[in-house]
Design a protein around this ligand. Structure first.
Ligand code: KG4
Ligand code: ZN
Length: 336
């Protein structure tokens, strides 16, 4: 089955074609990061307008790359939420219009289900069941994944998401948006232990997270420095990254212990973080479990993960062909 995947929930326009037998045939992405950088974050109205501009050229591009015609597409998968309402409307209206014109089923996909299943595009993919650490700009969750569609929440952040903490720390250190890659890069020059920040909820006994206090601790440290120089900024970044990585790694280990599972799968934008990857790989060899990461390009938002989640969802949901749709800016994965 050939499935077209469309993602427009935030600041990336992603379109991909996945064959359920042959895997990923084509993947095209346009990131709006440069456009939003001047504003220090995503401007929803600009995001929607840019999705409108990009989506058809990206669709044409994947059809050429996959050597497909529109009528070769068997089904369409689209992110229907959660995300920015106007941005979601662009992808869903295109997907459902194509569904009517081509008379093909359209399945509405939950954005996080896409992230959760994105490691299945790895070669070799992880076997089920596994624990998923989902770390993005909007979410920080530990999930038990028994099979596609069978997810249970083990723990989540009570306030800021890990990616959000990276973005806010970048802002405090005078770095641009998005903060994750720049804070991570700066931290490689920092001295370990020069600043020791709290490890929020490390000993809470549950699998929840909290990152807003950590951001306040960085703010207090920055203020105490009176115009910190480059070396001090690198030490601050290092202290911050070490604290976040410590908490994410320890809670992931606790989730594996609690569920008795031996596979950890990491997904979401923060999953591209080199320090986190290094630590989780080390833990996996010490504790003799397996850890899987999607390729860094598939950690951030993309159409391929939506097509993949769509293939899984079509086994339990026949989709719609009547052009009727709604977006769900707020949508719990438990209801997906
Ligand atoms: O999954 P994603 O692309 O978008 C959603 O939030 O759904 O994640 C974006 C987040 C941003 O907060 C960004 O700063 C963070 O992922 N991120 C990183 C890295 N690359 C992206 N955080 C830490 N290290 C990175 N290398
Ligand atoms: Zn995402």
């Amino acid at each position: 089955m050939i499935v077209l995947g469309i993602e427009t929930s935030c600041d990336e326009t992603g379109v991909a074609i996945v064959d359920s037998n042959r895997g990923l045939l084509a993947d095209a992405l346009h990131s709006q990061i440069e456009m939003h950088r001047a504003y220090g974050g995503v401007v929803p109205e600009l995001a929607s307008r840019d999705h409108v501009r990009r989506i058809i050229p990206l669709l044409d591009q994947v059809l050429v790359e996959a050597d497909c015609r529109l009528r070769d597409i068997d089904a369409i998968a689209v992110t229907a939420g959660p995300g920015l309402g106007g941005a979601l409307l662009v992808g869903t209206s295109i997907a459902h219009s194509l569904g009517v014109v081509l008379d093909r089923p359209v399945v509405d996909v939950h954005h996080l289900e896409g992230h959760l299943l994105s490691p299945m595009l790895a070669n070799p993919p992880p076997d089920f069941p596994f624990v998923a650490l989902l770390v993005s700009g909007g979410h920080t969750q530990l999930m038990q994944v028994q099979a596609p569609g069978a997810y249970s929440l083990l723990g989540e952040t009570l306030d800021d998401a890990a990616g959000e903490a990276f973005d806010k720390t970048a802002h405090l250190l005078g770095l641009g948006y998005p903060g994750g890659p720049s804070v991570s890069k700066l931290a490689t020059n920092g001295r370990p232990g020069a600043f020791r920040f709290p490890r929020p909820m490390l000993t809470s006994g549950d699998l929840n997270f909290s990152f807003s206090g950590l951001k306040t601790a960085v703010l207090t440290a920055v203020r105490s420095q009176h115009a910190p120089n480059d070396e001090v900024c690198a030490d601050l970044a290092r202290g911050f990254v070490d604290a976040v990585v410590d908490v994410l790694a320890e809670k992931s280990l606790a989730a594996l212990r609690k569920t008795g599972l031996r596979r950890l799968v990491v997904a979401g934008g923060v999953g591209a973080n080199v320090q986190l990857r290094e630590r989780l790989r080390r833990d996996a060899s010490t504790h003799e479990h397996q850890v899987f990461f999607p390729a860094p390009a598939l950690c951030t938002d993309n159409g391929a993960m939506i097509a993949l989640a769509g293939i899984a969802k079509l086994k339990r949901d026949s989709g719609s062909r009547d052009g009727r749709f709604r977006v769900r800016p707020r949508w719990s994965l438990a209801d997906a």
